[in-house]
Design a protein around this ligand. Structure first.
Ligand code: DX5
Ligand code: ZN
Length: 246
């Protein structure tokens, strides 16, 4: 284990007195076979996914384009699992209602996507959805300090958003540990996204993350049985670090 991962475990032990939120594995369908998206969603559902992570990219806030609310609406009948939308779009406010109507349960916007994060969070709450804020690797957690009461979920990026398959940025560990202290006792999910697999899931869980987004690490193998093994490997690594039996 690298020294960064070790520091993650050490920092976590300082804040381990708080009751952890449920362990969640959220496969990102960005890494799935887009020619059969409905089948892929059903496969990861059967394979043990807790949430389905939906990466929406606009080619403006991030240098890539993925899919929008129409695709999400088409996927909605394929699973009852929560739809965890990660909006990498700017502006986001004009589209929040469309994502809510498409069936998203959680709507996460980026703190860097515009000047009015408070307004975006108000809008998400008014739509009756779980409100999330995502922070890019360079964004400090102080960006959410004065909206913390409006937030249900914080999504810590452990890669620069825009693409799957990138290398995990170890600085995310200390950031998660600090965020865990900041959100202690509030019931806010701490989700991590980018380069997450069984190799880093333990250190991330020890630092305080309870929700794990994984694209490449889940969809490698291309079959439901491989998805089951891949999800299970991440879950076991995280659960062990949390001192939980699977
Ligand atoms: C990146 C996306 C991620 C991505 C993760 O911008 O937000 O959700 O799909 O992919 P992996 O797990 O392959 O790093
Ligand atoms: Zn994402």
């Amino acid at each position: 284990m690298s020294s960064c991962l070790e520091r993650g475990f050490q920092k976590a032990s300082m804040s381990s007195s708080f009751t952890p939120l449920p362990l969640v594995i959220a496969p990102s369908i960005l890494a799935s076979d887009f020619s059969k998206l409905g089948d892929e969603v059903r496969a990861v559902d059967k394979a043990g996914a807790d949430w389905i992570h939906l990466d929406v990219m606009d080619g403006h806030f991030v240098p890539n384009i993925s899919y929008g609310p129409d695709v999400i609406r088409a996927l909605r009948p394929h699973t009852k699992k929560a739809f965890d939308a990660h909006l990498m779009i700017s502006p986001c406010d004009p589209y929040l209602e469309a994502f809510a109507k498409a069936g998203c349960d959680h709507i996460t916007v980026h703190a860097e996507a515009g000047p009015h994060l408070h307004r975006s969070l108000q809008a998400i709450k008014a739509l009756g959805k779980k409100a999330g804020v995502s922070l890019n690797p360079s964004t400090p957690i102080s960006a959410i300090e004065y909206v913390i009461d409006m937030i249900d979920l914080v999504l810590i990026m452990s890669v620069n958003p825009g693409f799957g398959g990138q290398a995990f940025i170890p600085a995310a560990l200390g950031k998660i540990s600090d965020l865990r202290a900041m959100t202690a006792g509030r019931g806010i999910d701490i989700e991590v996204d980018g380069g997450v697999g069984p190799d880093v899931a333990g250190a991330l869980a020890a630092a305080g993350a309870n929700a794990f987004v994984a694209g490449s690490a889940v969809f490698k193998g291309g079959t439901m049985e491989s998805y089951r093994q891949n999800i299970s490997a991440i879950r076991i690594a995280a659960a062990e670090a949390r001192g939980e039996a699977i």
